[in-house]
Design a protein around this ligand. Structure first.
Ligand code: NAD
Length: 550
C-alpha cells in the first residue's frame, strides 16, 4: 500500500477549507505516526482511526461533506452525517469512553479485539498529532523549571537519564540539548533510535554502555550538550548504572509503561520476541513487563535517595510499579504537579498551529509575528527563537507554542488576517494538546494532588467539549483512556481552521477565549491563587458561590 502523506498546496479536494483542513490533519497524523500499516500514531496503541475501512470512509465523507453538516465519529469509526448549520463543528467525536466499572484494560483489549473500540491517545484519533514536536516545548519547559529549581537556572554540565524514543519520548533528546544538558536515552528498539537520528532529534547512538557514558561524561565535563541513544532495556540499564556507582542529575522514563501488553518491553525480550509472546501467552508478557517496571522504578527511587531529581513523565509508570509491589513509587513526583502547574493554573499550555499548504515559510512568518507582537512574553519569545533554530520539520510544517488566555486569541486572529491578506500561502489549523488546563482529568498525571482534592472529577473535560461545540469550533473530541490507561483519564480536544474568513474570526475568538477561560476557572475553582489573579486581571467572569451564603 502506498504511504499516506498529507496533501499540500491550495487545491481543494473537499467542498471548503474547513473540511479540507481536517482531512489534511488526519493524513498528517498518519504521515508522522509510528506504524502506518496498523494506523498506530504513538504511545504503543494510539490510532488515527478504528480500521482501514473507517479511514477510507472518513476520507470519502469529508470530501463530500457540506458546510452545514456534521460528521459523527465513534471510537475512530464514522457513524453518520447530521444536518446542523454552518456554525456547528464539521466533526464531533467520542473515542474510547467506557462506563466506569467497565473501564479496565482487559475489557478494552476485548472490545478492541471485537472491533468495537479504538484508543485514540490524546491527539491521534483527534487528528492533532504533529510528530514529536507536539510535546517538545513541554519537555523543554520541564527541564528549564528543574534548572531553575535545582541547578541555579542552567543545565550545562548536567546528566539526564531517560528511556523511550517513541512518538512522544523522541522529543526528550532534542529538548534536553536545547536546554544545554547531556542526555542518555535508553531504547530497546534500534529502529526507533535510527528514526530519531534521521529526523534530527537525536545525535549519537551506541549499544555499548561504556561508550555512551564516555560521551556523556566528556560532554558534561566540557559543559556541552549531547544526546545519546543507547540500545538496551531500561530495566537492565538503570540498575546497572547504580551498580557502577554512576549518578545522573535528573532521571525519568518515557517508555510506554502505561501498557504492559502492547507498550513496555520487559527485560530479556526484543520487541519482536515480546510481539510473539503477546500472541502465545499475553498474561506472561504482562507479568514480565510489570516485574521489569518494578525493577526500573526501584532504581529510580534509589537515584532519588542519592540526590537526583526524579520525575514521572506522564506514562503511568508509578501506578504500574505499585501494582507490582513498589509501595513507595508515588514518592516520585509527576511532571505536571512538580514543574508545570503554575503555568496551567494560568491556562498557559501547549497550543499549536499547522501550515495546511505545506509551506514552511508560513510557519517562519508566524514565528516573526510572535517575536514582534509578543515581545513581552518571555516564554513565547525564548521558545520561538529556539524552535526556529533547532526544531526540524516533520510532516506538514507546524509549531508548538505555550500560550495562555487572550494570547491564543490574539495570535490566531492575527494569523487569520495574514491568511486573508494573502501573506500566508494557505490556511492554518490551530489545536492544542488535550493535556491542557481545562480539558483533562487524569488523577495520576494532569490532576494529581489538586489543591481541593478534585483529581478524579471528569466534569471539566466534558464541560470543555460542550463549551467548544457551543463556541463554534471546527472539530471537538472527547477521549478516555485505553490499554493500560483504561479507567485512568478523560480529556477533550479541539481544532479550528483559520481560513481567512470573517466566520473564522468569530469561531477563533469565541472558542479560544472560552477554551482557556474554562481552564482558568477550573484551577480557580480548585483554589489556585494564580488562577484567581488571572481571572480578575483578564475579566474572566467567575461565579463565587461563597458570596451567596444564606
Ligand atoms: P511509543 O510507544 O511510541 O514509544 C515508546 C518507546 O519505548 C518505544 O520506542 C519502545 O521501544 C520503548 N521501550 C519500551 N519498553 C522499553 C524498555 N523497557 N526499555 C527501553 N525502551 C523501551 O510511545 P510514546 O508516544 O513515545 O509515549 C511514551 C509514553 O509517554 C506513553 O506512556 C505516553 O502515554 C506518554 N506520554 C506522555 C506525555 C506527556 O505529556 N508527558 C505526552 C505524550 C505521551
Amino acid at each position: 500500500m502506498e504511504k499516506i502523506t498529507a496533501a499540500r498546496g491550495t487545491e481543494l479536494r473537499c467542498k471548503g477549507w474547513r473540511q479540507e483542513a481536517l482531512l489534511r490533519m488526519l493524513e498528517n497524523v498518519l504521515e508522522n505516526g509510528e506504524n502506518q500499516k496498523e494506523l498506530t500514531v504513538y504511545a504503543a496503541l494510539a490510532k488515527a482511526a478504528r480500521d482501514w475501512n473507517s479511514y477510507h470512509a472518513i476520507v470519502n465523507t469529508l470530501k463530500s461533506l457540506e458546510e452545514d453538516e456534521t460528521l459523527v465519529i465513534q471510537s475512530g469509526k464514522p457513524i453518520g452525517i447530521m444536518r446542523t448549520h454552518k456554525y456547528a463543528p464539521i466533526v464531533v467525536m467520542a473515542n474510547c469512553n467506557m462506563i466506569g466499572q467497565w473501564a479496565t484494560s482487559d475489557n478494552f483489549y476485548k472490545y478492541q479485539e471485537q472491533g468495537l473500540i479504538v484508543w485514540g491517545g490524546l491527539t491521534a484519533a483527534a487528528w492533532q498529532y504533529i510528530g514529536s514536536q507536539g510535546v517538545i516545548q513541554g519537555t523543554y519547559e520541564i527541564f528549564q523549571s528543574i534548572a531553575r529549581m535545582h541547578f541555579g537556572g542552567d543545565l550545562a554540565g548536567r546528566f539526564i537519564l531517560t528511556a523511550g524514543l517513541g512518538g512522544m519520548g523522541g522529543a526528550q533528546p532534542l529538548a534536553a540539548t536545547m536546554a544545554g544538558a547531556a542526555i542518555l536515552c535508553v531504547e530497546v528498539s534500534e529502529a526507533r533510535i535510527d528514526k530519531r537520528i534521521e529526523v534530527g532529534y537525536l545525535q549519537r547512538k551506541t549499544s555499548s554502555l561504556s561508550e555512551a557514558l564516555e560521551w556523556i561524561q566528556e560532554a558534561a565535563a566540557k559543559k556541552e550538550s549531547v544526546s545519546v541513544g543507547l540500545l538496551g532495556n531500561a530495566a537492565d540499564i538503570y540498575p546497572e548504572l547504580l551498580r557502577l556507582g554512576i549518578q545522573p542529575d535528573i532521571v525519568t522514563d518515557q517508555t510506554s509503561a502505561h501498557d504492559l501488553l502492547y507498550g513496555y518491553i520487559p527485560s530479556g525480550f526484543s520487541p519482536e520476541e515480546a510481539a510473539e509472546l503477546r500472541k502465545s501467552d499475553p498474561e506472561k508478557l504482562q507479568a514480565a513487563s510489570g516485574a521489569s517496571i518494578a525493577r526500573e522504578v526501584e532504581a529510580m527511587l534509589t537515584f532519588q535517595k542519592k540526590g537526583a531529581v526524579v520525575f514521572d513523565n506522564g506514562n503511568n509508570i508509578r501506578t504500574q510499579a505499585v501494582k507490582y509491589g513498589v509501595k513507595d513509587a508515588f514518592n516520585i513526583v509527576v511532571f505536571t504537579e512538580g514543574f508545570l502547574r503554575p503555568l496551567f493554573a494560568r491556562a498557559i499550555g501547549p497550543f499549536r498551529w499547522v501550515a495546511l499548504s505545506g509551506d514552511v515559510e508560513d510557519i517562519r512568518k508566524i514565528d516573526r509575528l510572535i517575536l514582534e507582537q509578543f515581545s513581552d512574553n518571555e516564554i513565547a519569545v525564548n521558545w520561538i527563537r529556539l524552535a526556529n533554530k533547532y526544531v526540524p520539520v516533520e510532516g506538514l510544517p507546524a509549531r508548538i507554542g505555550w500560550f495562555g488566555h487572550g494570547d491564543r486569541t490574539k495570535l490566531a486572529l492575527a494569523v487569520n488576517e495574514m491568511v486573508r491578506s494573502g501573506e500566508l500561502s494557505g490556511p492554518i489549523a490551530f489545536s492544542r494538546d488535550h493535556l491542557d488546563a481545562g480539558s483533562m482529568a487524569h488523577p495520576n498525571i494532569m490532576t494529581e494532588n489538586m489543591k481541593d482534592g478534585s483529581d478524579a472529577i471528569a466534569d471539566w473535560p466534558l464541560l470543555n467539549a460542550m463549551l467548544n461545540c457551543s463556541s463554534m469550533a471546527d472539530l471537538v473530541a472527547i477521549h478516555s483512556g485505553g490499554g493500560g490507561y483504561s479507567g485512568y483519564m478523560t480529556s477533550a480536544g479541539v481544532t479550528l481552521v483559520a481560513d481567512g474568513t470573517a466566520d473564522a474570526d468569530l469561531r477563533l475568538k469565541t472558542t479560544l477565549d472560552n477554551d482557556t477561560g474554562l481552564g482558568v476557572l477550573r484551577y480557580a475553582d480548585a483554589g489556585y491563587d494564580e488562577s484567581l489573579d488571572e481571572a480578575s486581571q483578564k475579566g474572566i467572569r467567575r461565579i463565587d458561590t461563597k458570596q451567596f451564603q444564606s
